[in-house]
Design a protein around this ligand. Structure first.
Ligand code: URA
Length: 224
């Protein structure tokens, strides 16, 4: 165990060394402390967005107005993943802002969160023409971006909205009717597949099941 005197001597030696090397000031430590860590998540998401740039990895780039990266809190404990932008999202450049999005916001608020406290992203970042399903090769091209978003945010839980999000994140072809309600896992993070809000708009009776699913997530988040 070094004595205080030894630590101070080492610090003094180090400072003298820096002085000798012409170093005029030493910046505050980066990556330590809560503030620095929070800042770095935000920065890493910004860097990822910049890296994606004007992406042309798949054919969906041809029809898009805006690439819809994702929105919300980079420190979110909870991440929602949808399928892909629709018309409203393509125009606004933000996920889940249409009718399905309004319902998602209600679900988020019923869970006790504000929309800006969670993070929302999609499997594909560009709108498929006429809102068709995303093709497997489009999903494959876009998936590294979603994976990186999840890795940066490091949420305590993920909720997958609908078949495409659930199957992609869990790496399965099981139907959503089988997957929903059963907690899965992605990279050590609990994943709850549930129905897509657009499905709930057509089938309001299924809201009860979604509520059951999100309650399971709330339990996990309370413990986390
Ligand atoms: N449906 C989705 O899956 N994502 C959106 O962003 C909007 C609607």
């Amino acid at each position: 165990m070094p004595t205080i005197q030894k630590i101070l001597r080492d610090v003094q030696n180090l400072l003298e060394y820096h002085q000798l090397m012409g170093v005029k000031e030493i910046p505050a430590a980066k990556g330590k402390g809560r503030k620095a860590k929070e800042g770095s998540k935000e920065m890493r998401l910004k860097e990822l967005r910049e890296k994606i740039g004007d992406c042309k990895l798949c054919r969906l780039c041809k029809g898009r107005t805006n690439l819809v990266f994702g929105v919300g809190n980079p420190q979110a404990k909870l991440v929602f993943i949808g399928e892909g932008p629709g018309r409203d999202e393509d125009i606004k450049g933000e996920p889940f802002v249409g009718r399905a999005g309004q319902l998602l916001t209600k679900i988020i608020e019923a869970m006790g969160f504000k929309r800006n406290e969670v993070y929302i992203a999609n499997v594909v970042k560009c709108r498929p023409p006429e809102n068709r399903n995303p093709e497997p090769d489009e999903i494959e091209s876009c998936l590294p971006f979603l994976k990186e978003q999840i890795a940066v945010i490091g949420p305590k839980a993920i909720i997958c909205l609908g078949k495409f999000a659930a199957q992609t994140v869990l790496g399965t072809v099981e139907p959503i009717t089988r997957l929903r309600g059963n907690m899965g896992e992605y990279d050590g993070i609990p994943v709850m597949p549930t129905y897509h809000p657009a499905y709930l708009l057509r089938n309001p009776d299924a809201k009860k099941q979604v509520w059951e699913d999100v309650q399971k997530v709330m339990k996990i988040l309370k413990k986390a």
